[in-house]
Design a protein around this ligand. Structure first.
Ligand SMILES: C[S@@+](CC[C@H](N)C(=O)[O-])C[C@H]1O[C@@H](n2cnc3c(N)ncnc32)[C@H](O)[C@@H]1O
Length: 360
């Protein structure tokens, strides 16, 4: 039988994300063959690593957690961020001081705001060139720098015009951040949080501000650099956050072997991604093992495990069943559904992702 690690090394279609490139949510786009030499070298190095023992998955014994679904977690327009309007395959958002237009495949309806409101945009993602950097952004009013000051609930951080249309934050995640901060505060004891696939670190900052000791893992050195900048920007430099460039699965496996344990685990994997040494992450193949690993690195009195999934051909029922089966025998409840952003102009809901969370 092939080990989990062998499966991850198989000659599957190359995928993007991770490996120093900070390409979150790359699964939104069709995976392209990736021939970058640096990544090929990294994969060659990876072959010399010792193989861990195979992970054998079996259905867990014990009563299933209670269930609650569908749960729709909504982010409403607020002073820091708003989805102003959407339609005709685009969305118009306010990120702090800037109005930003980006493609949005789900906006199959018509725009509610008049053209003059869209024409006031400060930045438009055009996607008309493959160049790295901010070449895909157009600034119709005045040229803008790569970053700008943003806030989330009093936490300062940097918005940024990244290649691949992202702006350094996923505002829909705020529903999970608030929930997690509530759990940390209510615990009234030291809480350890693991943030896998953590990107620019907003969840880690929220957890640290709420009093947790945080371990943040991402495959991208660049994203970790941005996350560290955000920590300084937020004035949370003295808070205990470990920033780790690693493959999420490898890191979790090491924590399991070392006996390191966490009270809250967040994992927000892309559909496809790569670890820093070229490890392939494919959500449909790798998620069951990683979910099981997450269970095995919980403290004896854990608080929650929160999974978000994007750009996959699946319903939240699929990740709900996976989470409920994985957390059998642990009590608590599993709630699952979608993260949505409520539009300011006409109140339509833009769904961004599926989620499932086990809460003790
Ligand atoms: C969906 S984004 C995460 C967004 C983040 N949770 C947030 O709210 O800002 C995906 C992240 O996964 C990282 N990634 C991709 N493959 C990875 C892997 N194998 N191990 C660790 N991180 C990976 C990417 O670098 C990217 O930062």
């Amino acid at each position: 039988m092939k080990s989990f690690r062998d499966k991850r090394r198989d000659n599957r279609p190359p995928a993007k994300g991770g490996a120093g490139e900070a390409r979150p949510h790359e699964g939104r786009a069709t995976a392209q063959p990736d021939t970058r030499p640096r990544e090929r070298e990294a994969r060659a190095d990876d072959r010399s690593e010792p193989k861990p023992a195979p992970r054998v998955l079996a259905r867990r014994d014990g009563a299933l957690p209670t269930e609650h679904l569908p749960v729709i977690l909504e982010v409403a327009p607020n002073a820091d961020y708003a989805l102003l309007d959407s339609g005709a395959g685009q969305k118009l958002e306010q990120y702090g001081p800037y109005r930003i237009v980006r493609p949005e495949g789900q906006a199959i309806w018509q725009k509610a705001l008049p053209a003059k409101d869209w024409e006031r945009a400060d930045a438009i993602f055009t996607g008309d060139t493959d160049e790295e950097g901010i070449g895909r952004w157009r600034f119709p009013r005045t040229p803008l720098g790569e970053t700008w000051p943003m806030k989330h609930d009093g936490i300062d951080y940097l918005g940024r015009f990244t290649s691949f249309r992202h702006v350094g934050v996923f505002p829909e995640q705020a529903s999970h951040w608030d929930h997690m901060a509530g759990l940390i505060a209510a615990a009234k004891r030291p809480v350890k949080v693991l943030n896998l696939f953590g990107y620019t670190g907003l969840a880690s900052l929220v957890a640290a501000r709420a009093g947790a000791e945080v371990t943040h893992v991402d495959a991208s050195k660049k994203a970790i650099g941005w996350a560290r900048e955000n920590q300084e920007m937020a004035g949370l430099g003295s808070k205990p956050i470990r920033w780790i460039v690693d493959d999420a699965v490898k890191f979790a496996e090491r924590e399991e072997r070392r006996g390191s344990r966490y009270d809250i685990i967040l994992f927000d994997p892309p559909a496809y991604g790569r670890g820093p040494r070229g490890e392939v992450w494919q959500l449909f193949e790798d998620l069951p093992d990683l979910t099981d690993l997450c269970r095995s690195i919980l403290t004896p009195k854990p608080l929650a495990v929160v999974l978000t999934a994007y750009s996959i051909r699946a319903s939240f029922f699929a990740i709900h069943a996976l989470m409920r089966d994985t957390f059998a025998g642990m009590g608590g409840k599993v709630e699952s559904g979608e993260l949505i952003i409520r539009e300011k102009s006409a109140g339509r809901a833009l769904s961004t992702s599926l989620f499932s969370r086990w809460v003790a």
